[in-house]
Design a binder for this molecule. Structure first.
Ligand code: NAP
Length: 270
């Protein structure tokens, strides 16, 4: 992969750190931002650290004018997003924004007792502030939006979510994506995504929490303290547009194999 411009990762949380490491492996020119760069960006060379806070206008000019941007925090509030974008999100700069599959409004849609499959044409809930910010950036500044499923990986281990009772054995469907796959898809989308387009990113295998809990219980004897109960139906996210457009092969196509690897490497992190 070649990059004409440096890439700035706006916001260096969980995904941002994986993105930085992957970009470095691919020898891409990368800069990372944080609101507290000295304490949060120890894994980045000092010269590649930027202080950036969407809420603090004085920090915006730290971004190199020729850099492409990967925006990894919710694009809110709208007024700040608009003010920032007016000055810093114009072509030829490429802009990619991480959204969420929670944008999709599926209230009431059930087919044969199952939630519908949702592609990028599904209706979104425009009352959600982050959806307003993303749609503004997409329609006015040609941002590429990735609608991201639940992110898991080392230090975000669904086995620990079950152990802690954050989730339990309900019939709700969940769509997940390993953070390593997300990092690869982000870089591909920045390079090859069509400006102004939206792509769903998930591993393509929605599962019921009940089934994940049964697997975890059978394999490791870990049972959620949360009771069974009525739940929402969840969603089933289609990822075919991204997979086809980016010709992507998942590093972690199978949740259970990924859990096995994480449990072997780090038994009690979540
Ligand atoms: N976690 C999930 O399962 C999931 C699912 C679907 C979508 N998403 C979305 O995917 C994206 C990446 O998720 P993630 O879990 O990797 O996020 P994360 O760990 O929260 O990282 C985002 C980072 O952005 C920075 N940030 C936050 N607000 C900011 C602001 N106003 N100005 C500048 N920087 C700001 C923070 O870093 P500093 O404190 O260092 O500045 C934060 O750590 C997010 O938009 C998230 O909502 C997440």
């Amino acid at each position: 992969m070649t990059a004409r411009h440096p890439i700035v990762i706006l916001g260096s949380g969980y995904t941002g750190e994986w993105l930085c490491r992957l970009a470095r492996q691919q020898s891409l020119p990368i800069l990372a931002s944080s609101r507290r760069p000295d304490s949060r960006l120890s894994y980045v060379d000092p010269h590649a650290r930027l202080r950036f806070d969407l809420a603090e206008r004085a920090t915006w000019s730290a971004l190199p004018p020729d850099a492409d941007l990967i925006w990894t925090f919710p694009a809110t509030p709208l007024e700040q997003v608009q003010a920032f974008a007016m000055h810093y999100c114009s072509p030829p700069r490429r802009l990619m924004v991480l959204g969420s599959t929670s944008a999709y409004d599926t209230s009431g849609d059930q087919v044969g007792g199952l939630p519908p499959w949702i592609n990028e044409n599904g209706p979104v809930d425009t009352s959600l502030p982050r959806v307003q910010g993303e749609e503004y950036l997409r329609t006015h500044h040609r941002a590429i939006i990735l609608r991201v499923a639940g992110i898991y990986g080392p230090q975000r281990n669904p086995v620990e979510w079950i152990r802690q009772g954050r989730v339990g054995p309900t019939d709700k469907f969940v769509n997940l994506l390993h953070v390593e796959d997300l990092a690869h898809l982000c870089l591909l989308a920045l390079q090859a995504g069509q400006a102004g387009e939206t792509y769903n990113v998930s591993d393509g295998h929605p599962r019921r929490w009940r089934d994940i809990c049964a697997h975890v219980s059978g394999r490791w004897g870990i049972v959620s303290p949360r009771q069974e109960g009525n739940s929402e139906s969840g969603k089933r996210i289609l990822n075919q547009k991204a997979v086809a457009h980016f010709n992507y092969t998942f590093r972690h196509p199978n949740l259970y194999e990924a859990l096995e690897a994480m449990q072997g490497a780090s038994p009690r992190r979540g």
